[in-house]
Design a binder for this molecule. Structure first.
Ligand code: NAD
Ligand code: KPL
Length: 305
């Protein structure tokens, strides 16, 4: 089995992972959107990683999805709404037993991907690292964090897991990956939509703690109903801690809306509301929040799903 890391999506996280793996001498190949992007990448001569005051360029080989050759190990580093269509295009190249690491935030996209490729092993990831694109093909590593990876259907640690440590990518294998993803989803649901609706930094939510308490209580009920009681532990307290620790920051959803970019709402608050409906649980404050957010996005001509 080939040990090459194919990385789909040379955006923020994909570039950060690609540069660190390449720096550690791991075989790495980028999969870019189309021939035009491939040509632009080749003209740029590689990906540049900026960390503090240091910048380094890595001439990582790249191709499009239409290239030939089997893929055994894929890091899927696109947004949640692009994940299933991206994998569908690659499906004919995925070898039997291929492993796909899914970096998408939220929930729902992982199952959409798994449905496309039943012959592959899907490994879910939850990342608190921060990166953004300073320019085309240039990524800034903006926030130290951590990565949890796991496969709810199979506890066996993948044989490549040590590659991450070799590459300086902080990561731990966990059998509780769904709990991690639900916990992050709940935090994002309690914070991100309100920053858009109140047009504020995370710290601005300190003036709306009653609203946040109500949402956390409903999110806790939802987590209990979907078999994730650990993800509900002290949720309200953690939401307040995160708001204080990130008071001067704008949430990722706020930044997407401000930049006129599509948000991942369908896989965050949308997923929470759909799951509640499936379980027959009424969560009026969460549903009202979702409706206000959908209205707000539509008014800006942004997709609301
Ligand atoms: P991004 O928009 O910076 O990068 C995504 C890249 O995927 C883009 O370059 C896009 O062109 C590419 N892409 C989409 N479809 C493709 C296709 N079919 N073929 C090839 N390329 C394709 O996004 P990001 O910020 O890196 O986020 C990726 C995921 O990681 C999201 O779910 C996000 O919520 C999550 N996440 C991001 C950060 C961060 O700091 N950026 C932190 C934690 C989690
Ligand atoms: O993850 C976040 C985001 O902005 O997406 C935090 C900072 C936790 C706020 O929900």
């Amino acid at each position: 089995m080939s040990s090459t890391w194919h990385i789909l999506g040379a955006g923020s996280l994909g570039s950060l992972w690609a540069c660190r793996l390449a720096r550690a001498g791991k075989a790495t190949r980028l999969i870019l959107r189309d021939g035009q992007r491939l040509q632009a990448y080749q003209q740029a001569g590689g990906l540049t990683l900026a960390e503090q005051d240091q910048t380094t360029r890595f001439a990582i080989p790249a191709e499009t999805a239409d290239a030939s050759g089997p893929i055994h190990r894929l890091l899927l580093a696109c947004k949640a709404y692009d994940a299933a269509p991206a994998v569908a295009r690659l499906a004919p190249r995925l070898a039997e037993g291929a492993e796909i690491v899914l970096l998408q935030n939220g929930l729902g996209s992982q199952d959409e991907v798994a449905d496309q490729v039943p012959h592959a092993r899907c490994i879910f990831a939850s990342s608190t690292e921060g990166a953004f694109r300073e320019d085309d093909w240039r990524v800034r590593f903006a926030g130290q964090g951590f990565n949890w990876l796991g496969d709810a259907a199979n506890p066996a640690v993948p044989e490549w897991f040590d590659d991450l440590q070799d590459a300086g990518i902080p990561a731990e294998w966990t059998v509780d990956i769904l709990t991690r993803l639900w916990r992050k989803l709940a935090l994002n649901c309690a914070i991100n939509p309100l920053t858009v609706l109140h047009d504020c930094q995370n710290g601005g939510l300190l003036g709306h703690l009653d609203e946040i308490d109500g949402l956390c209580s409903e999110l806790g009920q939802l987590l209990q109903h979907c078999g994730q009681p650990k993800a509900a532990d002290d949720l309200g307290e953690e939401v307040q801690r995160v708001i204080l620790a990130t008071a001067a920051n704008y949430s990722s959803m706020y930044q997407d809306v401000r930049a006129g970019r599509r948000t991942e709402v369908h896989y965050l608050l949308g997923h929470a509301c759909r799951t509640a409906a499936r379980h027959g649980v009424a969560l009026p404050q969460l549903e009202h929040l979702h409706q206000r957010l959908v209205d707000n996005l539509r008014a800006r001509d942004l997709p609301s799903a």
